[in-house]
Write a protein that binds this ligand. Structure first.
Ligand SMILES: Cc1cc2nc3c(=O)[nH]c(=O)nc-3n(C[C@H](O)[C@H](O)[C@H](O)COP(=O)(O)OP(=O)(O)OC[C@H]3O[C@@H](n4cnc5c(N)ncnc54)[C@H](O)[C@@H]3O)c2cc1C
Length: 474
């Protein structure tokens, strides 16, 4: 197995200390940023090196995904280019496959290793930050893997936007009432903020877009939210959760509590209350689980698969390994309750990253470490343009004030002044002009037209490139 020390290009000497950061999301990016600030002299002299390995060259600001799906923010402005913000770090676009902490080594693949057919390469490190986040927590629901789509990435958000608009086009042009009905039925499973915000924004966008069709009205659209527990949006508290249910129902959204999706085979969503909905859209947002790469490490995990961490964000019993964010079980020392962990959300991830960066710098300098302590401040959620709900520091807001607070809060949080300016200008422009209602689904098959012109795959034959929607939703 080749060593990456050789892949370091022209660097002549091996730096004394290498900090390997796995993941370029909230925790990975903010930890690397903090380390860049804290370890300036060490980085300048080459005594320390920070290497970030992550599958995409950008960090995704996930709370903006619903607005990206609604077309209020361009996809490019929902992501932060890592190479630009982490100028003193080495960013490797790749995927960590395993970690052997006893030997201080990790393996990873990149597009180049795939091309070269060399398999995973090995990298050594002195300090490890393991922050691969989480993946959708799925259940063995028949048909889900074939027809469902998640809502965690910018690709999913934009794919879903294109897909929803395309359904209006299908409904508008078909003569078959069954096809029309299925195209206009949208099923969302899971009532946390990802599901509720995605549904709220997309319903709002589709309702607006329907106004531009001669034969589709907003009342023809059927939106269903399926939630297994007896409440939605637990992040904003019980009262605001109840308000959200009534607000969504007021908009004709069919909210079904204490209900589960049993199957979505053959494009029919079957619920455990006996109802059946022919649909071309099943969005799965029923929670997250720690990233499976954690199982390919020799580091301790708890019963739910999260990395066992101390309040100082060190991996329990594994010196020089650190963890935070969705992947880590960090004790919530503000809860006053034994065994309580910090919830997997950005509020904790971003604050943990700051403490984590400080603690690694302190540990390298032999200084004392700090405990992570943050009392959950509450949450804000957007339910579409000018609609929202919030419960922050004990204050409850709904409707326009909550939506406004949501925008102000996230504008203050989205990284870099550059992103803030771009997002703000998009919001201002969308306030002045009409909303965008086109589907750019064809961007997902850029070669289709040329293939046809070049006599390649005629329409209807199996494509030589990935199909437009691998989830089978179009
Ligand atoms: C739609 C949506 C809306 C949300 N809204 C809110 C909100 O309003 N408020 C809030 O507090 N939280 C919100 N969250 C949750 C929040 O985004 C997460 O809690 C936060 O992103 C967790 O940070 P993280 O660094 O642990 O993981 P992530 O930010 O997911 O980062 C993980 C990184 O690791 C990378 N990675 C994965 N596997 C590997 C590998 N094998 N090797 C290398 N890198 C790897 C990933 O590509 C990613 O870059 C929302 C989430 C979603 C999906």
């Amino acid at each position: 197995m080749p060593k990456t020390d050789s892949s370091r290009g022209t660097a002549p000497e091996v730096p004394r200390t290498r900090v390997l950061v796995v993941g370029g999301g909230y925790v990975g990016m903010y930890t690397a940023l903090r380390l860049q600030q804290k370890l300036k002299p060490e980085l300048r002299s080459g005594r320390t090196e920070i290497v970030v390995v992550t599958p995409d060259p950008y960090m995704t600001y996930q709370p903006f995904l619903p607005e990206a799906a609604a077309g209020s923010i361009s996809p490019r402005h929902v992501v932060v280019p890592l190479r630009r913000v982490l100028g003193r770090c080495r960013v490797i676009v790749g995927e960590v496959k395993s970690v052997d902490h006893s030997k201080r080594t990790a393996t990873f693949t990149t597009l180049a290793t795939e091309e070269e057919g060399t398999g995973a390469v090995e990298i050594t490190y002195d300090e490890l930050v393991l922050a691969p986040g989480s993946v959708s927590r799925t259940l063995p629901v028949p048909g889900l893997a074939d027809h469902g789509i998640g809502f965690k990435t910018v690709e999913e958000a934009i794919g879903l936007r294109n897909h929803v608009i395309e359904q209006l086009d299908i409904a508008s042009s078909t003569r078959d009432p069954a096809i029309r009905d299925a195209a206009l039925t949208f099923v969302f499973v899971g009532g946390g903020y990802a599901g509720v915000e995605a549904l709220g924004e997309l319903e709002d966008m589709a309702r607006y877009a329907a106004g531009y069709y001669h034969n589709v009205t907003a009342d023809d659209l059927k939106w269903i939210l399926v939630e297994a527990s007896d409440r939605i949006l637990p992040e904003v508290g019980e009262e605001m959760g109840r308000y959200t249910v009534s607000e969504l129902r007021r908009r004709n959204i069919d909210v079904r509590l204490r209900t589960r999706l049993e199957s979505c085979e053959d494009r029919v969503a079957v619920l455990d209350d006996g109802s059946r909905f022919p649909t071309r859209t099943v969005v799965w947002t029923a929670g997250v689980k720690p990233h499976p790469v954690l199982a390919a490490t020799d580091l301790p995990r708890n019963e739910r698969g999260r990395l066992k961490c101390t309040a100082q964000l060190a991996v329990d019993g594994a010196p020089h390994a650190w963890g935070a964010g969705d992947a880590a079980a960090v004790p919530d020392i503000t809860a006053g309750e034994e065994g309580k962990e910090c919830a997997p959300n950005a509020q904790h991830a971003v604050r943990q990253a700051r403490v984590l960066g400080d603690n690694i710098a302190a540990s390298l300098r032999g200084e004392p470490l700090t405990d992570y302590a943050h009392e959950y401040a509450g949450s804000v959620a957007s339910l579409g343009l000018h609609k929202g709900v919030a419960h922050v520091y004990g204050r409850r807001l709904k409707g326009y004030p909550a939506w406004f607070m949501h925008r102000v809060y996230h504008l203050s949080r989205v990284p870099t002044v550059n992103r803030k300016a771009r997002v703000l200008s998009e919001w201002i422009l969308s306030g002045l002009f009409k909303r965008e209602i086109v589907s750019l689904g064809s961007l997902e098959r850029p070669r289709a037209e040329f293939e046809l012109a070049a006599g390649g795959n005629p329409p209807g034959s199996p494509p030589s490139h990935p199909p437009r929607d691998p989830k089978g939703s179009t």
